[in-house]
Design a protein around this ligand. Structure first.
Ligand code: FAD
Length: 302
């Protein structure tokens, strides 16, 4: 049989892209160049993260508002519970509604004291993501996405307890979960089986982190509880000072992971772009996604 990833003519996959709000003008230029390159691939949505403790509140809003104003993309704004009262968070939600944003990624967030320190809900705030989902749903007809952890959230006592938390978020009104990144697809499919067995039927969209900087990705993984298989470390071995080869290996690794997901029936993929387009664009191309011809012609003459 022809593998799904080799079937020509009908891109079987729908993608979404995650960005973070830029801190400097240079980062802003990088972000918008990336958005410009990825937009023609017609993503289902593009999401913008919310910094720890609401530290990027204004920048997240400004980025999302610019996406609404200057593109035809469907934006999703991330929002967390940390360090804010319900009234403050409700205000942010209302301001999104006013700006025409209809999709929110609702998260608990990490303590302002840093990942790994104990989380204390704000006394007047939403305690956990499920509470935030319910609060957002009360304020309007928003599409709400939430997180899911194929290798469990680092603070959860176990995977079953973590799936209970996910179920609570679905019952509160979430209609999509986006997974924490993972490198071993079997981990994701085993998690899907467990989630389905618990009667959770919203899409659990795999979140893919293309790895160009292996050391940085390993650090992220340690903080989030994602495991790093030995074979992945081996692929980047000896390349710390060889960014050119690393980039080629990174493309091969990401392509292999994504194509395998598609061959095993996945139809939606979320990319953690880290505001960089090249690798994600290449992987999307392999998936059959194409920019419209006019845009390509413009790009060629630029
Ligand atoms: P929740 O789903 O609320 O659960 C996290 C943990 O809290 C659970 O595992 C459990 O241990 C505990 N818990 C939940 N409910 C209860 C309860 N009722 N009683 C007791 N304990 C409970 N962080 C940001 O700061 N900004 C972002 O933009 C951002 N975007 C993200 C996007 C994705 C797709 C993912 C996967 C993560 C993102 N994060 C972001 C990180 C996230 O905020 C952290 O992982 C955080 O530690 C947990 O948030 P959550 O929404 O997953 O929490």
């Amino acid at each position: 049989p022809v593998r799904a990833s080799r079937a020509l003519g009908k891109p079987p996959v729908s993608v979404s892209f995650e960005f973070f709000p830029p801190k400097t003008e240079e980062m802003e230029r990088t972000l918008w160049a990336s958005i410009g390159r990825l937009a023609p691939l017609n993503p289902r949505f593009v999401s913008v993260t919310y910094g720890a403790g609401g530290s990027t509140r204004e920048r997240t809003h400004a980025t999302v508002a610019r996406i609404v104003k200057e593109t035809t993309l469907a934006p999703a704004a991330h929002l967390t519970c940390v360090a804010a009262t319900k009234a403050e968070i409700d205000e942010v939600v209302r301001s999104y509604a006013d700006a025409g944003v209809k999709h929110i990624v609702a998260l608990r967030g990490d303590p302002t004291t840093g990942v790994g320190t104990a989380y204390e809900p704000h006394p007047g705030g939403y305690a956990y993501a499920a509470d935030l989902v319910a609060g957002i749903k009360k304020l309007g007809d928003f599409e709400v996405s939430v997180s899911a952890y194929p290798e469990k959230h680092p603070e959860s006592p176990g995977l079953d307890a973590d799936i209970d938390v996910l179920k609570g978020k679905v019952e509160a009104g979430a209609s999509r979960a986006i997974s924490q990144f993972f490198f071993d697809n079997d981990v994701y499919f085993r998690y899907l089986d467990k989630v389905h067995a618990r009667g959770i039927d919203i899409p659990i969209v795999p979140g893919i982190l293309p790895v160009t900087n292996f050391k940085q990705a390993a650090k992220f993984a340690a903080a989030t509880g994602a495991s790093v298989p030995d074979w992945l470390a081996a692929r980047f071995e000896g390349l710390d000072d060889d960014p050119e080869t690393r980039k080629l290996i990174a493309a091969a690794v990401a392509a292999e992971q994504v194509m395998d997901l598609v061959d095993r029936g996945v139809t939606d993929i979320h990319f953690y772009t880290l505001n960089r387009a090249d690798l994600v664009y290449a992987v999307c191309h392999l998936l059959g996604l194409r920019a419209p011809v006019e845009v390509k012609a413009e790009a060629a003459s630029a």
